[in-house]
Design a protein around this ligand. Sequence first.
Ligand code: SF4
Length: 355
Amino acid sequence: MDQSPLDLKTLTLPELVSLVESLGEPSFRAKQIFRWLHKGGVAAFDEMTNVPARLRTLLRDRSRIGTARLIKEVQSSDGTVKFLFELESGNRFETVLIPDFDSDGVAKRLTVCVSSQVGCAMGCTFCATGTMGFKENLSAGVIVDQVRFVDQRARGQYGRGVTNVVFMGMGEPLLNYDQVLLACQLLNNPDIFGLSYKRVTVSTVGLAKQIERLADDGIPASLAVSLHAPDDTKRSSIMPVNRSERTDLTALRIAIQHYVRVTGKRVTYEYCMFDGFNDSVTDAVNLARVASWAPSKVNLIMYNPVLGKDFQPTPEERLNQFIQVLVDNEVTVTVRRSRGQDIDAACGQLAASAG
Ligand code: SF4
């Protein structure tokens, strides 16, 4: 039997209310179903035990509950865990748990890096996921499922749940805009997950129009922009998105200034350090100029070599020189040592072929 194209886990609450009312049932039933889907994480209509059988049958005939099942999990020597999931379509994506420990070895921060798409259409040349091309969007429900699954796992292992969510797994979140927005709302909803927006970060390759929309939609999640090169020529050579004047650095500057003006938040630039490509003193000066567009900070990421890609990580000495130039130009800068490198869970390394 063909599956219904309507996946209930893609619907907002008002959309679910409309559906339920169109089936002759009161709106409070929609709230019950919404809770079963996103809080309960049910995979079948019959698990919704307080929903009348008649309504469950009507829903089953018209819709489906899209789910993902765990295929594999691998733990890194640094505690990072990568989970491989498979959708009904057979497409696979990954989710990563990144624990940060204090000096006593207690997990003080448990970050889950979620995927928002299977594969990615953006084709960044240094990224394993970009090599796959785009396969499909994930529903808001499956994005939240990733957090719930990892949260339960973290509680079992560390005695506390997920503290932070970053949309930095597979995919370009702002190309799956509506579902990512709904997922952010579900994560924040006290009745579903109750995570402060301060602890949710949406990371984008820099889609200018969607950045402006994110600001205008009033979702106060944090914004991270994958910059990776500080001028148009270099950026276009590794990030095809930059080749369009709708998404080049000029468009990005306008969008970011709009975002910061509307939200009052600062933006984070992710900058992966590539040996001999974007790590010179001139690059640092150019990066400082980008950072001065609006209140911001820069995250320097030590690159993890990806098989078949030409780039290598910047040597420590050049990294220190680069940081010094940024500091001299009053840029707030942090260095992120990549995690989970031995299990290909680090930035740019996610590719479902790992299954
Ligand atoms: S770096 Fe991000 S946007 Fe670029 S190809 Fe990889 S997943 Fe897509």
